[in-house]
Design a protein around this ligand. Structure first.
Ligand code: SF4
Length: 311
């Protein structure tokens, strides 16, 4: 039933696909055209249910381990990156390897290898079970002077050998503000520590979080399109809540909304994680249009992105 009250939609921009995700999806589509199905993809190419379903329908086969792939097949490595052991295993099976690791993740890989080559004590900020961190650690598999932390408390407690240079790297999809707080603790404890500024880690993470910060305090409810296993999408929902959105939901698509709980809301914020396609946002807006009589739609733009990564 169409509701008569007027509502406002605030559309965060930038939102949705980043350059790394666009590149990874293009790589799978191009490989399907060039080699024909099946094309094996190790791990979800990007963490989004709808993207995965579409690629499966086109002939991509998603696996978690190289051992699941027949000898001499084509394998694509996901945007999150992999450790050296995975490449070795793929070569031993004579697979044609296509690497869709995001160039910004590769930059982290190079950084950690550089620190290891110079005998640094290395601090990795991120979630140890996330594929990106597993891939980052896998660049220097036998290196011992390495610590993974994910909180201020861990940064306060970490024990580092004396008189050794210290460097940090971070997962690309963390909360920019939380990560900055962890880095601040590390900088206080180890003033000479080396590492990138948070804003330089990933432009897409920074921009999407800044945009949702802008709409969160103006909204009665925020929707973030994205899958539950998408780190950057989850962060967007959490950033919205931390920035005074009374309610914020991470939804795969419009079908997950319980409209009965939204009667008191007048202003809705909308964003999408870096792995969520724009058509999901359009479907959500269409659903609002079908349910509400009057809708005022505003774009809240904090940056224009024109970054593309070469295939
Ligand atoms: S979120 Fe950033 S690091 Fe991750 S794929 Fe996109 S551009 Fe690359």
């Amino acid at each position: 039933m169409t509701r008569t009250k007027e509502i406002k939609l605030l559309l965060a921009e930038p939102r949705g696909f980043c350059a790394g995700v666009r590149r990874a999806i293009n790589i799978v589509e191009n490989a399907l055209q060039k080699y024909g199905p099946p094309i094996y993809v190790r791990h979800e190419i990007v963490h989004n249910k709808h993207v995965i379903e579409e690629l499966k329908n086109k002939g991509a086969v998603f696996v978690e381990g190289i051992e699941e792939i027949p000898e001499s097949s084509v394998v694509i490595l996901s945007a999150h990156g992999v450790g050296l052991d995975v490449i070795k295993q793929a070569k031993e099976k004579h697979l044609t390897i296509i690497d869709a690791t995001c160039p910004l993740v590769e930059k982290v890989h190079r950084q950690i290898q550089k620190y290891a080559a110079q005998n640094f004590e290395i601090i990795v900020i991120g979630k140890s079970s996330h594929p990106e961190i597993i891939g980052t650690l896998g660049q220097i598999p036998d290196y011992k002077r390495i610590h993974v932390i994910n909180s201020i408390q861990e940064a306060e407690k970490i024990q580092i050998s004396a008189n050794v240079p210290v460097g940090f790297v971070t997962q690309t999809t963390l909360s920019v503000d939380d990560t900055q707080e962890i880095i601040n603790v590390l900088k206080t404890r180890f003033p000479e520590i080396e590492g990138l500024q948070t804003k330089d880690i990933c432009y897409a993470t920074t921009n999407r979080q800044n945009a949702i910060k802008k709409i969160a305090p103006l909204s009665d409810c925020v929707f973030v399109l994205g899958s539950k296993n998408s780190s950057n999408s989850k962060q967007l929902r959490d950033v919205a809540l931390k920035n005074n959105a009374p309610q914020a939901y991470l939804i795969d698509d419009v079908t997950e909304i319980d409209w009965n709980t939204l009667d008191t809301c007048h202003t809705f914020g909308i964003s999408a994680g870096a792995s969520a396609p724009e058509y999901l946002v359009e479907e959500l807006i269409d659903e609002f249009k079908s349910r509400y009589h009057k809708i005022n739609i505003q774009d809240v733009i904090i940056a224009k992105e024109n970054i593309n990564f070469r295939l």
